[in-house]
Design a protein around this ligand. Structure first.
Ligand code: XIL
Length: 377
């Protein structure tokens, strides 16, 4: 393979400091992605190790191209995380460029990277209103719309059957302000409501009977009237799915934290307990910290953001049904919030555990100490 190094031998010194796993992992990943092998420098315990000490899995969102092109990102991912999730590449639009034609090349590369390096790959996301393929959009209503969605579930989950162990089957289906009595979003395929979503989970289960099937959503974390209504609607939805015998196993709480929103540990714990009481596992699937309006110097911003992450995680990890935490990125070198929610002062957002130079920063330490303090699973 182009430029790949096959030399995985270690010096005695490297072996002594316990770098073996990391270096072997880097060599294997570089072979996969056709890149020269970078030097590794690893100090101290990684987040994945600290999390695993409590029975938790720590992971992050990645982009296949960045893993291929940026050796520092690759190194950091291999050092810190036990699972990865595709930021974009496994969504409907990029995987179905034309009707009847699937393109799983980027997802397959991510799966190869994960498998070569002993990481889990989380599947994200199958049914989502936000990016259906352009060719499908005019047809996404009525019976035809439902069938297009089912066909996509069968296709992608069939392709990854037995290899991607957990999927966000349905993402962001609740949108209370749109006024439907069931709280669902007004999107063509959702016309039949809970019954349709139950069918989505059934089709997913047929496509991969061993996969853990999740409902994933945002806007569930804060002590605000709109989010209270959304929590209630999500609880009604998962209850309705269970009542219909749908195979739903977990709920993903995206955890896009917003620095100036009011958070109540008690309110959030109660929501998690309600989900756990329905026999659902819980994951925090897209944790980050939007500090768009937070002023001050970098030190102050970082400490403030980290303290909020810590408070959030302390409440969340108290609930033993929460068994996984993923951040929506790993380093500020690729921070989606800088583009999506630009800071008022125009500076880059600092939402990730590592800074632009891949150094650990206060959010990293907030994750580490929250993991250390969590009760064991
Ligand atoms: C975002 C990605 O980060 C972007 O790169 C992409 O262009 C749009 O989607 N909730 C989700 C994720 O479930 O899939 C979104 O990811 C962020 C919000």
């Amino acid at each position: 393979m182009r430029g790949a190094s096959t030399d995985l031998s270690l010096s005695a010194a490297e072996a002594r400091v316990g770098r073996r796993t990391v270096l072997v992992g880097l060599g294997a990943s570089c072979a996969t992605l056709g890149m020269p092998r970078p030097a590794a420098s690893v100090e101290g315990e990684a987040l994945k190790t600290i999390a695993a000490g409590r029975g938790l899995t720590y992971g992050c969102a990645v982009f296949e191209k960045t893993l291929r092109d940026d050796a520092r990102m690759r190194e950091a991912v291999l050092r810190e995380v036990a699972s990865i999730v595709a930021g974009y590449e496994m969504k409907w639009r990029p995987t179905a460029p034309a009707e009847g034609r699937a393109d799983y090349r980027a997802g397959d590369e991510l799966l190869r990277f994960a498998t070569d390096n002993g990481l889990a790959l989380r599947g994200h996301t199958v049914v989502w209103h936000q990016n259906p393929p352009l060719w499908a959009i005019p047809r996404l209503h009525g019976r035809e719309g439902e069938e297009l969605v089912f066909a996509h579930i069968r296709d992608i989950m069939g392709h990854y059957r037995g290899r991607v162990r957990e999927w966000d089957v349905v993402n962001e289906a609740v949108n209370v302000p749109e006024g439907r009595p069931d709280g669902l979003r007004r999107w063509g395929p959702y016309e039949r409501g809970y019954d349709f979503l139950a069918d989505c989970f059934r089709v997913a289960h047929e496509a991969d009977p061993d996969a853990v099937l999740c409902y994933n959503d945002f806007g569930l974390e804060y002590d605000r009237i709109d989010q209270a209504a959304k929590r209630a609607a999500v609880l009604r939805l998962v209850e309705a799915l269970k009542a219909r015998g749908a195979p739903i196993h977990a709920v993903g709480i995206q955890s896009h934290l917003i620095a100036w929103y009011p958070f109540s540990q008690g309110v959030f714990r109660k929501f998690l307990a309600d989900l756990a009481g329905l026999d659902l596992r819980i994951r925090l699937t897209e944790l980050d910290m939007n500090e768009r309006k937070v002023g001050g110097d970098i030190g102050k911003r970082d400490r403030f953001g980290a303290s909020l992450v810590r408070r959030y995680l302390d409440a969340a990890l108290d609930e033993k049904a929460v068994t996984g935490v993923l951040t929506w990125g790993l380093s500020d070198s690729e921070n989606w919030l800088t583009g999506y929610a630009p800071r008022l002062d125009g500076l880059p957002q600092r939402s990730m555990p590592l800074d632009e130079a891949f150094e650990r920063k206060p959010i990293w330490y907030a994750l580490a100490s929250a993991f250390r303090n969590a009760p064991s699973r």
